[in-house]
Write a protein of this length. Structure first.
Length: 291
């Protein structure tokens, strides 16, 4: 059965001045899954199914993505606003806390959220995204600067959007297929779903504005971090061409209870490329059975 056309449960909620779309499955305590760039809720398709046996799994489209509100001004993508969105999702769904799972940009938001709202995070799980302090350290090295060239490219007006649209959104397909080690992890239907989401009016500018706002904020402010007491799991595909594995070194300086699982022969798209292994690592961390 195609997971694109599966009978997913779609809903909307309003919080922090935006209307957010989400998919949910299951019942019980809340597991909230935050996607990255250039994805949408669908990047968690394998995890939603697996963990809905134990949790109410909710995977939103972040602001600016897919069916959520497309806000065009860069200022609407400040990390403070993104964090407020997550607090609003949790409370609007009727919960006080959640197991928070994030990949890429969703993982970055999860790190900030756990720092600012630790009482709302039961456990933190991040995939192929370092602690923000470690990422900023990495940007001071030639090795990571070369890998992060796209952040600087995204600061240009109009041109990034134009290139993403060119040749039927070929850049979206390339982002997945060129980076993936196991390219069979992405069907043609999967790729078309990502292209369709990026092609929604205003979506590309909104998605890229995350990077534009991050760049401006990082130039004007430096954050001090609390040391997290929340049990935290990092899962890392070792063949990530955008983020070096070395960015995970020293994370224990920012987290008291840290577990790291590295996955060899796997790219940045770790939960889609190695879903069974990722799911097992998460289940072990949460002390639950997937059977």
């Amino acid at each position: 059965m195609s997971l694109v056309n599966k009978n997913w449960n779609h809903n909307y909620l309003h919080t922090n001045g935006v209307r957010l779309h989400y998919v949910s499955e299951g019942e019980g305590n809340l597991m909230l899954m935050l996607h990255g760039f250039p994805e949408f809720w669908y990047s968690w398709r394998h995890q939603i199914i697996a963990f809905s046996k134990n949790y109410r799994v909710v995977a939103p489209d972040l602001r600016g993505y897919n069916y959520s509100d497309q806000l065009q001004s860069v200022q609407f993508y400040r990390i403070s606003e993104l964090v407020k969105d997550i607090a609003g999702i949790i409370t609007n769904l009727g919960y006080e806390k959640c197991v928070l799972v994030g990949h890429d940009w969703g993982g970055a938001i999860a790190w900030y959220f756990a720092d600012q709202y630790p009482e709302m995070v039961e456990k933190l799980i991040v995939l192929n995204i370092p602690h923000p302090a470690k990422f900023m350290e990495g940007l001071r090295t030639p090795q990571q600067l070369r890998k992060s060239w796209y952040i600087f490219f995204f600061q240009l007006p109009f041109l990034p959007e134009f290139l993403f649209q060119w040749n039927n959104y070929q850049a979206i397909e390339s982002a997945f297929m060129n980076m993936a080690i196991d390219k069979s992890a992405f069907s043609e239907e999967d790729i078309q779903a990502y292209k369709k989401a990026a092609a929604k009016p205003g979506a590309l500018t909104a998605m890229i504005n995350y990077y534009r706002c991050f760049f401006r904020q990082s130039l004007t402010s430096e954050k001090s971090w609390n040391k997290l007491d929340i049990p935290t799991l990092i899962i890392w595909g070792e063949n990530d061409t955008a983020l070096g594995k070395e960015l995970t070194n020293g994370t224990e300086d920012y987290v008291n209870d840290l577990t790291i699982k590295y996955i060899p022969n796997c790219s940045h798209w770790v939960q889609q490329e190695k879903p069974d292994l990722v799911n097992q690592y998460i289940a072990d961390f949460l002390d639950i059975s997937l059977s």
